[in-house]
Design a protein around this ligand. Structure first.
Ligand code: HXC
Length: 258
């Protein structure tokens, strides 16, 4: 399909790349953009050759939030009818690991989209924030929930109540991102991490992602049980046999994804 708001390509090493591309509005997320991101993500997710996805924006902005112009005239019933929220929910169900590469503004809905990624890498110029309070609203796509889990209550409250912004280094210290790199190295680094994920045993990767995500939405008891079930399940795969045999034979494994 042809997309108007994103650029999509296949990178080498089993990696799918999605780039938000509304430069004039700092990648503000209108409904059409979210629809396209979801479509591209699902297409990659259904493609056995794509084993990791990189989501990025431009050097100036990952995304400066939801599109305020599009939202400004809406009333509660319009928002309720808005398909974008079910689309955000569906993004959560993408099984392929998503590496977010963030440069520049990562604000509001942009930060919420970033927090849907599984690994976040920041350029030194990245700024993270939830400025919704300045517009008389609050985060609506997971910000009040995922930010608390990512950086803890006190910092999340400050960010959401007072629009405190985090620099890349602060985001690293707070645990929101896992690495900070110079802006010019961002894409190389994100693609490197994505290729590293893509080179691993595919079923184990998917079950690892599902298991880790469970830590956010259930009790420890239920999460541990799911982890154990996924662990057992992997002992029914050829890749488990291959991985352990290869270790014992001191050779690299050859993954089949079965
Ligand atoms: C629509 C936006 C936009 C946005 C920027 N633009 N952010 N348009 N929605 N979220 C547009 C500007 O209007 C401007 O268009 C152009 O992008 C360049 O932006 P400037 O403001 O001129 O750039 P700058 O002075 O560098 O300031 C950058 C900025 C500022 C600090 C990021 O643009 C800003 O504060 N943006 C809004 C941030 C925000 O409040 N985000 C939260 C949105 S609410 P023109 O036509 O003038 O050139 C939200 C709720 C999520 O996300 C709900 C869940 C779905």
């Amino acid at each position: 399909p042809t997309y108007e708001n994103i650029l999509v390509e296949r990178a080498e090493g089993g990696v799918g790349l999605i780039r938000l591309n509304r430069p004039k509005v700092l990648n503000a997320l209108n409904q059409a953009t979210i629809t396209e991101v979801l479509h591209a993500m699902q297409t990659f997710d259904n493609d056995a050759e794509v084993r990791a996805i990189v989501l990025t924006g431009s050097e100036r902005a990952f995304a400066a939030g939801s599109d305020i112009a599009e939202m400004s005239g809406k009333a509660a019933p319009d928002m309720l009818a808005d398909r974008r929220f079910s689309q955000w929910e569906e993004l959560r169900r993408v099984r392929t690991p998503i590496i977010g590469a963030v440069a520049g503004f990562c604000l509001g809905g942009g930060n919420e989209l970033a927090m849907l990624c599984d690994v976040l890498i920041a350029a030194e110029n990245a700024t993270f924030g939830q400025p919704e309070i300045n517009l008389g609203i609050i985060p609506g796509a997971g910000g009040t929930q995922r930010l608390v889990r990512a950086v803890g209550k006190s910092l999340a409250m400050e960010m959401i109540l007072t629009d405190r912004r985090l620099s890349a280094d602060e985001a690293l210290r707070a645990g929101l991102v896992s690495r900070v790199v110079p802006a010019e190295a961002l894409m190389d680094e994100a693609l490197r991490v994505a290729r590293s994920v893509a080179s691993r045993a595919p079923i184990a990767v998917r079950l690892a992602k599902t298991s880790v995500l469970r830590a956010f939405d259930t009790t420890l008891e239920v999460g541990l049980e799911l982890e154990r079930h996924n662990f057992y399940l992997l002992f029914s795969t050829e890749d488990q046999r291959e991985g352990m045999r290869a270790f014992l034979e001191k050779r690299p494994p050859v993954w089949r994804g079965r």
